[in-house]
Design a protein around this ligand. Structure first.
Ligand code: KIV
Length: 276
């Protein structure tokens, strides 16, 4: 498996109706496992604020923390395209600051593209970053950095006014030059119409079956995080249960001296021992 997934691969996947696979990762070991399993692209998501740092939203995550996690992931992934998630307030203040922060993701974090949340209102920042030759992935619908505006993690776009606004957001992002866009927490039929109308791939999370690709938070799909499990998550493993069982076995074996066994130990010459 020598191919490297790029922004061109995103475009070609849409053209050839091949589904794009994405997952999040935040560290070297997980990135290596996803990469070696053949994932197309990895998002170093600010969801790490919840599943790694234990906050109840993504709003506390800083630029420096994102760069640290991007660097870890970049060491583990050889084939997947890497997308760094711009944290809250890193692209809102001015286009200049947005470009500078996006540049840090590329130069320091070692990723290939950035993602930011928002549609029409963020089109200026997207254009400025794209002008700096940095590929941008959009993100609209249930944008977690707007959790306090939405009053919770709620599905967006069920009613006409909101659905029209999300469609306008999608068109504004396409016009601003994104290479792909995440559609999160929107009705399946709205995601389908957007996917048919825009020329760039849509990557769904809680957006149904008709997007050009799918993304999940890796801790959700592996069953490692249970504080909040959205309806759209499918658990492909139950690692929290497996890890709990393994740790209980370890505790029991250490307590009853079943671990370590001789095969886990290092030996030394008895002549050396006698000289001590
Ligand atoms: O932060 C994140 O992991 C995300 C995905 C859920 C799309 O933005």
């Amino acid at each position: 498996m020598e191919h490297k997934f790029t922004t061109q691969s995103f475009a070609s996947a849409k053209e050839h109706r091949e589904r794009i696979t994405m997952l999040t990762a935040y560290d070297y070991s997980m990135a290596q496992m996803l990469d070696q399993s053949g994932i197309d692209a990895i998002l170093i998501g600010d969801s790490l604020g919840m599943v790694v740092q234990g906050h109840d939203s993504t709003l506390n995550v800083t630029m420096d923390e994102m760069i640290y996690h991007c660097k870890c992931v970049a060491r583990g992934a050889k084939h997947a395209m890497l997308v760094g998630d711009m944290p809250f307030l890193s692209y809102h203040i001015s286009d200049e600051e947005a470009v500078r922060n996006a540049g840090r993701f590329i130069q320091e974090g070692g990723v290939h593209a950035v993602k930011l949340e928002g549609g029409k209102s963020m089109a200026g920042a997207v254009k400025a970053i794209v002008r700096a030759q940095i590929p941008v992935m959009g993100h609209i619908g249930l944008t977690p950095q707007s959790v306090h505006v939405f009053g919770g993690f709620k599905v967006q776009g069920k009613e006409e006014r909101k659905a029209k606004a999300i469609m306008e957001d999608a068109l504004a992002l396409e016009d601003a030059g994104v290479f792909a866009m995440v559609l999160e927490g929107v009705p399946e039929k709205l995601a389908k119409v957007i996917t048919e109308r825009v020329s760039v791939p849509t990557i769904g999370i809680g957006a149904g079956r008709y997007c050009d690709g799918q993304i999940l938070v890796v801790h959700d799909m592996l069953g490692m995080y249970s504080d909040f499990v959205p309806k759209f998550v499918k658990r492909y493993a139950q690692l929290k249960t497996n890890i709990g069982a393994a740790v209980s076995d370890y505790i029991r074996e250490v307590k009853c001296q079943a671990f370590p066994e001789e095969k886990h130990t290092f030996q030394m010459d008895s002549s050396v021992l006698e000289k001590l």
